[in-house]
Each structure stands twice: as structure tokens, then as C-alpha cells.
Design a protein. Structure first.
Length: 597
């Protein structure tokens, strides 16, 4: 067992500071080490290290995004990293720190750790994985971390590429893929699998990897299916090229369901929506009608947000839905079909139909049109774009556009004219959906529905959804503070980060608590969120910005009926907290000496 002291510090992000500290505490403790972490957030220092604690340390880990005074650690081995890396690859950071200090990495007395060390070379596997969720924030990195921990504990080598909102991190190299025994793709969005041709691939949802990474890894070894070789590539060693029928069968097996294609489109659409919506909200700072005066800053912000970004929203959704279905051939007809949906008044619903139509049309054309080898170069640049765009465009103009426009306008009119009772029911359902899976597919469905209504000047559902998405982590955070005996020490620390995540409208902050005690936590947060959504709709609150959490509330005119909106959030948070306090059982604290035995 090693004694570790650490400092987590980020001058810009309190959440990063607390999350890095919690990750280091949890993983080091799981490995059997004594660990103390000092948090230096922008506004405070918590759990400061004492001189006698530092003197006993075998190793110092600095997870910092700013320079700090290292004088107190003079004479000790210091390993420096960033808060981001400490969150995403905690086990890797610890391993490198131990190596730098000349300490053995695995010193835990736990049986599963001993089994990991004794794993034979024959059973040791090399794994490469890709994780990706629709928003590319929490689930992406939580799944990666879970896979790394469970694979390392089982004695396997693993490298995980995270395809998050800021692009791919820890990208897999051709050498990594070539050396791998199995590929795990835990994703709820489209992942390009062409580079894994010929490798055994196991696919799961990102949620499955978060909740049961060990099960995903075990299933990968027993159920992985070999991916089809790249088109036109000959088999090695003089083997025959894969038959056309086999290639089609493998391709068909690798395709995902319609819901996954929709989530892929939503994941690419979200940054466009958030940027545009916040710019629109900022234009209201100058007055709710200020943008109508040409040449003003308010008018410019509205032109960028509403005139450009929001017009791109539906084409981006449709384009990347089609890309998920047919890869690159689907992108062009999808983008154009989505723009036609906007121009024809078919809106969000028309964009979804255009995305599916473009994807499956492009896929059929790609698989069924055969040209001589000398003309194959025309397929991606001329034949497929021309034919797929013409087919999708004509169907949108003459068949789909008008009926969907009518449905879209009828739905908008119904929502805008619904009575108070119906509005409360809608808010109740949307609120419950936001808390059900905390950033998962059901949560994203409610969010996407509300975002689509923004283009029709229907702002009530968006307000209900954001308020309901904030209350789960806020309620849990407050519960850890007022009912300390119902949560572990680690959960108390995580509660600080959960509060920041809740204010930021990141519902995923509730996931660690729900994963540990789902039968008590999930009903509690669903009731609180459902009540919040219902109250928001009852009070007639509206929200013109699609994201931003509590920080949007400071923008004048972004929220209608602001006092009642804040009250809705406070009531929902209070109910969530009360239910957690009532339903959660006190934690039986095990004496430290007994635990060590």
C-alpha cells in the first residue's frame, strides 16, 4: 500500500477541479492506497494538505491546469498532469505516477486485484475501444473510464478513443488496431468502422459500458463479429476476395437501428442549436423587439443566431442522420433534403423524414449501381450525389413537403393553444423523461422535441425540459449536504461537482448516484423533475435559449415569467431532496481498522 497526496487545481473550472479530485480518490482507494487530495477551485481551497500528511507521502500527484507553489513537496517524487487527463484516464495517470516514483502499481489486498496480477500471458488480451454519446460530454468519458478500469483489473491491455464534443481524443493508430484482439464500440451515435475491417467488433450502447463494463468486455470476447474487409481489398495469403453476398450480409449486420441514426443527427445538431439559441437570447438583452431595428447589435446577433444558425439546424440534423445510415454518400442529399424541409415549412419533422429518406436512398443506390471499373471514380463525386439528391429533392417537393408542413403547423397551433391542464400534462411527461435516464436516449428525445419547437416560436416545452434537467443533480447535491449519513464520503465530495453540473444543465451529474442505488434515486429524481416540468408549463414559462442552465437566467428577456420559473426549479429540487432523504437508507460506516483487515 502506498501513501499518496495530490492537488487538483483549475483556475477556470470548479467542476474540473472537483471531478479530478474525486477520480483520483476513487481509483487510488480501489487499488488499496491511502490518498489525500487538496482541491484548489477558483473560489476556494478544500481539504488542504497538512505538513505532517505531506511528510508521510510516498508520492505527490499534481492534477493542475495552472502553476502552483511546489515548495511544500520538496524532496518528494512529483508527477504532474492535467485535470482533464486525471478525469478521463485516472488509472493511466496513477500507473505513470507510480512508475516515476519507482513504486509497484498494484498493491491492493482485494482478491480481484491479485487475480489481475496473476493473469497469464495466454489469457491476456489487447483491446481497442471507441466511446461516443449524442452530446459527447459525460457518457463518452464515463464509458471510457469504466472500460479501462475493468479491462486493467482483468489483466488486459486497452486503449480507448473518445469521440466527444471537442473531437476525438486518444485516437487509435493503425498499429493499435492491428495489434488488437477485439474492438469494442460503445456508442449511441454513428462511428466509422472502416478502419476496423477484418477485426472482431463488439457493439454496445454507451450506457451499457457505464453500468456494466465488465459484462461488455466479457461479451466482446465471446460474441464479437468480424468486420467486412474494405471494399476492393484482396484477402491476404492468396485467399479469395470476400464474395459480394458475404460483404452485403456483413454490412447489413453492422447497421444500426433508426433511433441510433436519429441520435447521431441530434449529436451534430446540438452545438449549432446551442450557439444559435444563446446568440438569439443575447439579442434580447437590448429589448425583446430590439432586433427589428436594422444596423443594431441586437439585429446582428439575431441574424447570426436566428437567420443563420437556426436555419442550419434542420439541414445538419438531416445530413448527419443520412451520414449515419449511408456514410458519406448520404451527407449531400441529407443536407439538401433538410434545407428543403425548412424552405417548404416542414420544419423539424420534415428534416427527420428527409434524413431517413436520404440515407436509405443513398445506401440503396450505392449498393445497387454497378459501373465499369474505369468509371468507378464518378460514383462518389457525380453519380451518387446527383441521383440521390434528385430523388430526395423531388420527393420532398412533390410528395412529403406539403403534408408534413400541414402536420407541423397543426402541431404547433395545438401546442400554442393548449389549455392549462394539457400543458401541465405535457410538462409532467417531458420532465419525467429528462430524469429517467439522465442524458440517455429518453432524455435526448425530450430535449430534441423541445428544440424542434423553438423554430416555431413555441418556447414552453424548452423551459420545462431545461428546468427538469437541472433538478436531479441539484437535488442530489443538496441531499448529500443535509443528510450526510445517507451517503458515503466519496458521494459527499461528488455532490459538490453535481451542484455545478446541475446549474449548468448537465443532468449526467446524477448518474453516479443512480448507478449505485437506482431503485431509490431514479424514482426520487423523476418525481422532482416531473413536478418541475409541470409547474413550468402551469406558470406559462418560456425559454428562448436551448441550453445554458442557470447562467441563461441572467440574460434579460431570455426567460418569460422568470420568478415563477426559478420557483419551479426550487420546488422540484426541494421535492427531489426530500424524497432522497426519506427513501435512502443510512450508510453503515465500517470502522477503518476492520476494513483494512
Amino acid at each position: 500500500m502506498a501513501t499518496i497526496v495530490a492537488v487538483s487545481a483549475s483556475a477556470e473550472s470548479r467542476a474540473h477541479t472537483l471531478m479530478a479530485a474525486e477520480a483520483l480518490r476513487k481509483v487510488a482507494s480501489d487499488q488499496g492506497h491511502d490518498v489525500l487530495v487538496e482541491c484548489r477551485a477558483p473560489d476556494e481551497i478544500t481539504s488542504p494538505l497538512k505538513e505532517e500528511e505531506i511528510a508521510k507521502a510516498d508520492l505527490v500527484i499534481l492534477a493542475i491546469d495552472e502553476e502552483i507553489d511546489q515548495t511544500p513537496f520538496t524532496g518528494l517524487t512529483i508527477y504532474k498532469t492535467t485535470t482533464s487527463l486525471a478525469i478521463r484516464d485516472t488509472a493511466g495517470v496513477l500507473a505513470k505516477a507510480f512508475k516515476a516514483a519507482g513504486l509497484p502499481e498494484q498493491t491492493s489486498c482485494d482478491q480481484h486485484k491479485e487475480e489481475a496480477v496473476s493473469t497469464s500471458d495466454e489469457s491476456k488480451k489487447r483491446i481497442v475501444a471507441v466511446t461516443s454519446c449524442p452530446t459527447g460530454i459525460a457518457h463518452t468519458f464515463m464509458a471510457a473510464d469504466a472500460l479501462k478500469k475493468k479491462a486493467t483489473a482483468a489483466g488486459h491491455e486497452i486503449k480507448v478513443e473518445t469521440q466527444g464534443s471537442v473531437g476525438a481524443k486518444d485516437q487509435l493508430t493503425p498499429e493499435d488496431i492491428a495489434a488488437a484482439d477485439v474492438v469494442i464500440i460503445s456508442a449511441d451515435t454513428h462511428v466509422d468502422e472502416s478502419r476496423f475491417a477484418g477485426k472482431p467488433i463488439y457493439r454496445s450502447s454507451v450506457g451499457a459500458a457505464v453500468k456494466d463494463a465488465a459484462g461488455v468486455i466479457a461479451s466482446a470476447f465471446s460474441e464479437a463479429e468480424t468486420a467486412a474487409p474494405a471494399a476492393g481489398a484482396g484477402a491476404q495469403g492468396g485467399e479469395k476476395m470476400q464474395s459480394l453476398e458475404e460483404a452485403k450480409a456483413a454490412l447489413k449486420a453492422s447497421r444500426s437501428g433508426p433511433y441510433k441514426h436519429l441520435l447521431t443527427g441530434v449529436s451534430y445538431m446540438l452545438p449549432v442549436v446551442v450557439a444559435g439559441g444563446l446568440l438569439i437570447a443575447l439579442s434580447f438583452v437590448f429589448g425583446i423587439e430590439a432586433f427589428k431595428e436594422e444596423g443594431t447589435l441586437a439585429a446582428a446577433l439575431m441574424t447570426i443566431g436566428g437567420g443563420a444558425a437556426f436555419k442550419l439546424m434542420v439541414p445538419v440534423l438531416a445530413g448527419f442522420m443520412a451520414y449515419s445510415i449511408a456514410d458519406r454518400p448520404g451527407l449531400t442529399p441529407g443536407l439538401i433534403g433538410g434545407l428543403l424541409a425548412v424552405n417548404l415549412g416542414a420544419g423539424f419533422l420534415g428534416g427527420i423524414l428527409a434524413g431517413f429518406l436520404a440515407g436509405y436512398v443513398a445506401l440503396w443506390l450505392r449498393d445497387n449501381i454497378k459501373l465499369p471499373q474505369s468509371l468507378e471514380g464518378l460514383m462518389p463525386v457525380l453519380v451518387l450525389p446527383l441521383l440521390s439528391t434528385a430523388i430526395v429533392g423531388l420527393l420532398m417537393v412533390y410528395v412529403i413537403g406539403e403534408p408534413v408542413r400541414y402536420i407541423n403547423e397543426s402541431l404547433t397551433a395545438m401546442l400554442q393553444s393548449m389549455n392549462q391542464t394539457n400543458a401541465v400534462i405535457l410538462g409532467l411527461v417531458l420532465g419525467a423523461m429528462m430524469a429517467f435516464d439522465m442524458g440517455g436516449p429518453v432524455n435526448k428525445a425530450a430535449y430534441a422535441f423541445s428544440v424542434g419547437l423553438l423554430t416555431s416560436d413555441t418556447f414552453g416545452p424548452m423551459a420545462a425540459v431545461m428546468a427538469a434537467g437541472m433538478t436531479p443533480p441539484l437535488g442530489l447535491s443538496i441531499a448529500t449536504f443535509i443528510a450526510k449519513n445517507r451517503f458515503t464520503k466519496e458521494e459527499h465530495e461528488a455532490g459538490k461537482a453535481a451542484f455545478v453540473l446541475g446549474l449548468s444543465f448537465i443532468t449526467e451529474g446524477a448518474i453516479p448516484y443512480a448507478a449505485k442505488d437506482p431503485l431509490r434515486v431514479i424514482p426520487s429524481i423523476m418525481v422532482g423533475s416531473a413536478l418541475t416540468g409541470a409547474l413550468s408549463m402551469y406558470f406559462g414559462c418560456g425559454l428562448r435559449a436551448p441550453h445554458g442552465g442557470a447562467f441563461v437566467l441572467a440574460i434579460p428577456n431570455a426567460v418569460s415569467n422568470l420568478p415563477m420559473y426559478i420557483l419551479s426549479i426550487l420546488i422540484g429540487t426541494a421535492v427531489t431532496t426530500a424524497l432522497l432523504v426519506i427513501l435512502k437508507r443510512p450508510v453503515n460506516e465500517v470502522p477503518q481498522t476492520v476494513a483494512a483487515e
